[in-house]
Design a protein around this ligand. Structure first.
Ligand code: GLN
Length: 470
């Protein structure tokens, strides 16, 4: 079951000679990039890109993730281009080549509706919520000391807005058109400087500096062509006209948990399948790797024991998120090859969960009474055979509960991989909430799905446990 899922993430064989590019985007950035109610990516950016690709004769695979991950995927050569309401700044020009600008924007700040904050001076001692890696965050940081506020970071806009609305933080800085669009669609925030944004700026499509010149040229040509014949204006008006429909589309489905489940059935199923694929492959490979580490850990050779201890020490010590970013964002630019997110996710799981597994496997073997080994040896069995026939069977029995525990942890840890843009269950939740703002219901649904899968996994493990230990 897992294989076709993994296969879908690998580059498919090209039937014709059209170039196919990997393009990243911000998963939650209406009206530029977001999903409609059929889980299709739409928005000004997406419509522009689609039209340009058609005219210029290229195809692309779209990867939606956080803005920060989307830009870093391109700077680390994991993807060819990024379109995500990305502001053209001098700092970024050192790392990216930008297309001709396609939209004018500026930075605004906003507070929750009904807040008594009236001016930037009122922010003293308050907390400002920022989106990681954005120009809005940079701007806020540049005035942070002057106005004496603290900052907190989020990866997606919707969670960030929620934080301000719920009162955990007091204000946010971000792109004016995006804030206004969300407010028009019911987000209970208020823009404080609608007339005079701080930094006027422009959005561009970006590729890594010096790379993908063909793609960039095609984008520029296509952009000029859609501007010329009015298609560009049509696209922008579709989302920003006074008559433009709201991005949440049909709200009637969102009033009940059942409605949300039904409207997003396919997205939930796809997310769940991805989570299960990660879990099953992750558990399988991590167990093998962990057993190898564990056996190495009780080797007679000091060197081999040392290697095992060091590997366990490193990968148990690293936060999984750091490991995931290192493998997905860091490694590719170092080795000069792409690592698909799914593969990077599996490697992360195997290294991290494998280290924990290695530790308890070693512990399990060590827990077998020393007399067992002595007895086996005195019967004339060589070391390896005593290990295999006497120590291991007893050790494995001791370890079974730890394995069950580790399987459950692996399943839960897959949610961390949402950060590198894998569309598993947690990332699916983020996307749906970005669309319907129903955080309570959607996260409750996701929580229940996790619990159901964990229950099934526990049953299965206990069944195996009984068979081994009786
Ligand atoms: N325009 C902002 C930037 O480029 C924010 C983009 C976004 O959050 N998608 O930093």
């Amino acid at each position: 079951m897992a294989l076709p899922l993994a296969g879908g993430l690998l580059p498919s064989a090209q039937a014709d000679s059209k170039p196919n590019y990997v393009i990243t985007t911000d998963a939650t950035y209406p009206p530029f990039d977001f999903q409609d109610k059929n889980n299709q990516y739409v928005g000004i950016d997406q419509d522009i890109l689609k039209e340009i690709a058609k005219r210029e004769g290229f195809t692309y695979t779209l990867k939606a993730m956080s803005f920060n991950a989307a830009t870093q995927s391109v700077s680390s050569s994991q993807a060819d281009g990024v379109i995500a309401g990305m502001s053209i700044t001098d700092e970024r020009k050192a790392v990216f080549d930008f297309s001709d600008p396609y939209y004018r924007s500026g930075i605004a700040w906003a507070v929750r509706q009904g807040s008594n904050i009236k001016s930037l001076d009122d922010l003293r001692g308050k907390t400002v919520a920022l989106k990681t890696g954005t120009s809005g965050a940079d701007y806020a940081l540049s005035i942070k000391d002057k106005y004496g506020f603290k900052v907190t970071y989020f990866n997606d806009s919707e969670t960030l807005y929620r934080d301000v609305i719920n009162g955990n933080s007091d204000a946010t800085f971000g792109d004016l058109p995006v804030l206004q669009y969300s407010i028009k669609n019911g987000t209970k925030l208020k823009v404080m400087n609608p007339k005079d944004p701080f930094n006027a700026g422009e959005y561009g499509f970006a590729v890594k500096k010096g790379a993908n010149a063909k793609l960039l040229a095609a984008f520029n040509r296509g952009l000029a062509s859609i501007k010329k014949d009015g298609t560009y204006n049509k696209i922008v008006n579709k989302y920003l006209d006074a008559s433009a429909s709201t991005f949440t589309g049909d709200q009637s489905n969102n009033d009940t948990t059942w409605g949300i489940l039904k409207a997003n059935k396919q997205a939930f199923i796809d997310g769940l399948m991805q989570t299960i694929a990660l879990t099953v492959i992750g558990i399988f490979l991590a167990s093998i790797w962990g057993i190898i580490l564990g056996v190495m850990g009780i080797s007679q050779s000091k060197l081999i024991r040392g290697i095992s201890t060091t590997i366990i020490y490193i990968f148990r010590g690293l936060p999984m998120l750091v490991l995931a970013f290192f493998i997905y964002i860091g490694l590719p630019s170092f080795i000069g090859a792409k690592i698909p997110a799914f593969i990077a996710g599996i490697i992360t799981l195997v290294l991290n969960e494998g280290a924990y597994t290695g530790a308890f496997v070693r512990g399990g073997f060590e827990a077998v009474d020393r007399g067992q080994m002595e007895a086996a040896r005195s019967l004339g069995m060589p070391y390896n055979m005593s290990m295999r026939k006497v120590i291991m069977p007893q050790g494995i029995r001791i370890m079974v509960p730890s394995f069950v525990n580790q399987f459950i942890i692996t399943l839960k840890d897959t949610s961390i991989l949402s950060a590198i843009g894998i569309l598993e269950l947690t990332q699916t939740g983020t996307l749906i909430v970005a669309r319907n703002s129903q955080g309570f219901r959607v996260w409750a649904i996701i929580a229940v799905i996790y619990l159901i899968v964990i229950t099934l996994l526990t049953w299965l493990s206990n069944w195996v446990d009984k068979r081994i230990n009786s």
